[in-house]
Design a protein around this ligand. Sequence first.
Ligand code: F6P
Length: 559
Amino acid sequence: MSTPVDATTTPAWTELTAAAATLQPNLREWFATDSGRVERFTHTLADLHVDLSKNLVNDEILGQLVALAEQTGVGERFAQMLEGVHINTTEDRAVLHTALRRPAGVSPALVVDGQDVDTDVHAVIDAMSAFAERVRSGEWTGITGKKVTHVVNIGIGGSDLGPVMVFEALKPYATAGIEARFVSNIDPTDMAQKTADLDPETTLFIVASKTFTTLETLTNARLARDWLWAGLIAAGAIDGTDAAKTDAVAHHFVAVSTALDKVAAFGIDTDNAFGFWDWVGGRYSVDSAIGLSLVISLGPDVFRDLLAGFHAVDVHVATTPLAENVPVLMGLLNVWYSNFLGAQSHAVLPYAQQLHRFPAYLQQLTMESNGKSVRWDGSPVTTDTGEVFWGEPGTNGQHAFYQLIHQGTRLIPADFIAFVNPAYPLEDGGRDVHGLFLANFLAQTKALAFGKTAEEVEAEGTTGALVAARTFPGNRPTTSIFAPALTPSVLGQLIALYEHITFTQGAIWGINSFDQWGVELGKQLALQIAPAIEGDAEALAAQDASTRGLLEYYAAHRS
Ligand code: F6P
């Protein structure tokens, strides 16, 4: 295992520390005195137009950040990932989500740990596509011969957030009259509400779980199976015999997992299971078989376009010098804000209602990846890691939390994402509504960067204490990501962009961005507490005073 470079001991870190101490950001002046700034700080990444010019950096600082990436070996670590080195040290695994979107027939073929990765990946994509076509065409039916109208993905974390985010984003591409739904929470409300109006005869469940051990997913899968059996029996579609029930599961359940033995143990025919591999992390798995609900609801061609978008960004990252490498630059800016300028969170503000689940998706991607206190060799980190990612689509966010971003005391770097052409071109009295929407995107980034001075406020006739209240300090950093339209390929590009931003930050901090031990303790304790909920006195007595008090409240108020 290699020892990570301690970023804080590099010459670049020293220079950046000094630069941060003397920095007096002035975007108004920087723009006024430097006519080439926007051109120098704007990049093209496949279909994405990425404007970094409204960030709180000058050329010198950006150069020092790039030097930091060089001195911490970001490029080398990326190459290791692509080659299949076991950079996920705590689980002794390769990290190969980039292999999921390599086109067929790339030479040389990728062989890792004796596995012909390309062949295996494409065999699964082909199998998913063939299965999806059967469902979409009506060749695959429910047990009573009816065409599937709803596909319900049961999964959580990476086995849910990616598929639901992509489905919401690409809904305009759904053509086969098959709606996808997503059940994730073990709160029974989720299953109850998502199945309330469904017909068991036309519903297909996908149990999506990398490990096929996740409590929430297996519990929900059993609830779904009971719901199916009860509905089919009530409709007179099957009798209650074990054979009929098994047949019903065969028609209405498929699975996606790396653990096909566990799929079989659940009662799902492994002929109806789609595999992936331990080198795909859960939060990096939307482009694996975990995307089956998307292949069915959106179609194989849309899924392949999505993969092509991912791949375009992978190629950019692998072949572009660090100083021009967009995900690397954006990762470096995040390091600049969080390690040198004191930012603790990062807003992602899509000006696209279709991306309303994108911030939630990014929360798992970034925070499960980089929320770590030890480095990949087990030693403590030497600086802060991981920002809190959050956001909502504009313009909803404008009427909620933008106040704090504009005039609050905290530094909150924000990424704005927008598309030139809308999925639904509607007009309001002859006026293009999408144009108005985009005007808001442009206005917000402008207001955040350049603010409004007291003099400008006074010039409008405002006086007294109101002047201060109506002043905007500006110099609030933003990145603008603009693309022609939210196509499947563009969405793949966006996801891959953030994957590699996350990678860059993890590499600089020297952490393993691919494990998630922090979710284990809560899972373990939930299993210990469950008997106490059910009234086990010994389990209750074993709890700490606060947990015991809460359990007693539960017992006293349970109806
Ligand atoms: O939250 C922990 C986690 O392991 C995630 O990394 C993963 O995406 C999720 O649980 C679901 O896991 P699985 O796909 O194995 O059910």
